[in-house]
Structures are given as structure tokens and as C-alpha cells.
Design a protein around this ligand. Sequence first.
Ligand code: HEC
Length: 219
Amino acid sequence: MNKRFLLPLLLSLFSSFALANEIELEHDPIPTDRASVLRGAEQVATVCSSCHGLKYVQYRSLLDLGIAKETVDVWRGDKPLNSAMKPQMAPDDAAAAFGVTPPDLSLMAVAREGGVHYLYSYLMGYGVGANGETTNRIFTVTKMPDVLGISAASDAKQREEISAKAKDITAFLNWAADPRAGDRRSLGIYVIIYLLIMTILLFLWKKQIWRKIDAMEKL
Ligand code: HEC
């Protein structure tokens, strides 16, 4: 066979193998509305924070998000408002208990391939293996327990509730990874309006100049 075809052929074979081995993520839409983000914040601050910190999210920014001061005070305990969200369990204790330190969640929504869909699929990915052990189809050897209890949820209503919770949590972690995204979007609208007005003004100006030039040419 011609050598020129060999490399592309090998590459395409390899990529189809890679695709076949890829784990199928769930692609349910992840909400971005404020109510979901707020519900997710509560879950993260009360459930995930037992083990995970969010070193780029200060308690103060939860106030900006719209969470009541009294609620944030309960979540932060004796930590100052401008401290980062800390795990309740000391990292060394967690490492001793799980064999690995639970990673920081600040940027987790963008850290893994698949982004928010990875996060949601991971939280929902727990099941029961052949020997009754808890498994996770997304991260098969994960040391994190099934904190939302999806592996034990049998009826549809219960699964639906856990799925909604996982979506809220993902919505909050997505906000946490880029808290200024909303500001940027609303700024963008003003920039576009400004550019439109400038375009119209420049167009009218150009027409006026050309009218003068045309008039001069007729002389
Ligand atoms: C009881 C402790 C504990 C709680 C509670 C907990 N986690 Fe974890 N989590 C862990 C540990 C331990 C790991 C590290 C797993 C590993 O690398 O094997 C982990 C890893 C992760 C990862 C990284 C997975 C990856 O791909 O590396 C994500 C995402 C995550 N947790 C999200 C959450 C969220 C969201 C919550 C709250 C709903 C939560 N965790 C609650 C212990 C916990």
C-alpha cells in the first residue's frame, strides 16, 4: 500500500477505537437560573463542604450571589467572611480516611473533559456492582462515597429528586468556576448597542461627506 495513506488510516483507526472506549456522559441541560444556583450553593455548603473546599470562592461572594447573611454565617462558623470556603474535615484526616485528599471544587466545572456534563454524570454515575459493592460508571475507581444516594434510589420519583439536586449542585459549581460570567454577558449587550449606534452615526456622517463631494464634482 502507498505509504502516504498509511498514516491517515492508522490515525482514523486509532481515533475510532478511542471513541468506542469513551464513557458516555449524560447531556441533560444544566440550569443557569439564579434559583438553581442558590439551591446548589446550599447543597455544596452543607453536603460537599464536609470534605471539599472551594479555595477561589469567598463566603462574602455568597452574599453577592443573594444568600442571606444569617445563612452564610451558619455555613462559615468562625471563619471570616473573606475566607475561602473551607472543608470541614481537615485535608490530612480526609486523606487518612479515603486514601486520597478530596480535590478543591472551585474550578471543577471546567477541569474535566465534558465540563458540567462530566460533573453531573459523575454525581449520578453511582450504581451497585455484581457483588453488592458501590460502583461509579464515570470514574470507576473513585474513593468518594455516593453522597447523594443515587445508587440506592430505586423508584423514579426518588431518582428524579436526586437528579434535580445534582443539577443544582452542578449549576452552583459552574457559577463558582466563573462568577463574573453574568456581568460579562450584560456588559456585552451594552457594547453591542453602543457599536450599533456608532455604526448608524458613522454611516450618516459618511453620507453627508459624500453629498458634499458629489456637489463639488458637479461644479
Ligand atoms: C465524605 C467525603 C466527601 C463528600 C461529602 C463529597 N466528596 Fe467529592 N470526593 C471525595 C473524595 C475522597 C474524592 C477523591 C476521589 C478520588 O480521587 O478517588 C472526591 C472527588 C470529587 C470529584 C472529582 C472527581 C474526579 O473526576 O476526579 C468531584 C467532582 C466531587 N468529588 C464532587 C463532589 C460534590 C459535588 C459533592 C457534594 C454533593 C461531594 N463531592 C461530596 C470525598 C467527598
